[in-house]
Write a protein that binds this ligand. Structure first.
Ligand SMILES: Nc1ncnc2c1ncn2[C@@H]1O[C@H](COP(=O)(O)OP(=O)(O)O)[C@@H](O)[C@H]1O
Ligand SMILES: [Mg+2]
Length: 254
């Protein structure tokens, strides 16, 4: 029997923090799982926000570079998210600092790529919430990635960070599918706002057709409850945005 295709690794990253990377990674991973694609969310941020956002405890110890780069150990360190079924998480948190320190000595960016070898067979998609620094852990994320998603908020003025992130990705890998994900005001999404000033992409990458609505209350409340937006606020515009985004990502990447 033919081997099933390996799960693509989707890295959500940007060198500017606070722009919705974690919300994008968590809700996209949950949406893919809801669509029946068994998904692993890998939280590589020392803050562990993605882990907390799916209702799991942040990782405080027990991580090491050896476990990070060994495929079966990597799998053993994953947990089922409470919701939805089919979503597993490799938790992040302060314990990542040890890996960061060990990686700084190693100089090899391919540790995670090796660590994900079994995960790529077991899952249909892997979504990484990458840290905003371009430190050694972030570089292993980029080196393992097939696709990079960058949140694009009109208010963020983070063109330089976007360019820097893309340069870092291309430095790890020549062929990298890079997509910008627009975060738009509700008025704009619902067509009540002038659409005339269509923004041009910053650099050589594509903007996805689907967009995420700017809705601090819904995203904050869902993260606090440890649930994806489609569970915490079913029927909300935020939930519908992720339904569309999930479909588009499946078409393009899976
Ligand atoms: N689409 C969005 N609309 C409004 N607020 C958002 C959105 N996505 C995230 N947020 C909020 O913005 C803050 C930063 O988001 P987060 O995903 O943690 O960013 P990052 O991971 O880039 O630091 C959080 O309070 C989060 O709830
Ligand atoms: Mg984050």
């Amino acid at each position: 029997m033919a081997e099933p295709p390996l799960a693509p690794v989707i890295v959500v990253g940007c060198t500017k923090g606070g722009i919705g990377r974690t919300a994008l990674a968590v809700n996209l991973a949950a949406m893919l799982a809801l669509a029946g694609k068994r998904t692993l969310l890998v939280d590589l941020d020392g803050k562990g926000d993605a882990t907390a956002s799916v209702g799991l405890p942040r990782s405080r110890r027990g991580k090491s570079l050896a476990r990070y780069s060994e495929p079966w150990s990597f799998l053993k360190d994953t947990f089922n998210a409470p919701r939805p079924p089919g979503l597993d998480v490799w938790p992040g948190g302060p314990a990542i600092e040890r890996i960061q320190a060990e990686l700084a000595e190693s100089g090899d960016a391919h540790h995670l790529d090796r660590g994900l070898e079994q995960a790529r067979r077991r899952y249909r998609a892997i979504v990484i919430d990458a840290p905003s620094d371009l430190g050694p852990v972030a570089r292993t994320a980029l080196a393992s990635g097939d696709c990079l998603l960058i949140p694009m908020s009109p208010a963020a003025h983070h063109e330089e960070a976007v360019n820097e992130t893309i340069r870092a990705a291309l430095a790890e890998k020549e062929r990298f599918a890079v997509y910008g994900v627009r975060i738009e005001s509700r008025a704009r999404l619902q067509g009540d706002e002038d659409q005339s000033d269509e923004r041009e992409p910053v650099a050589g990458f594509d903007l996805l057709d689907s967009t995420i609505c700017f809705d601090p209350d819904t995203f904050e409340a869902a993260a606090q409850q440890g649930l994806p937006v489609f569970e915490a606020a079913p029927g909300s515009l935020a939930a519908r945005c992720f339904l569309e985004l999930g479909r588009e990502v499946m078409r393009l990447v899976l």
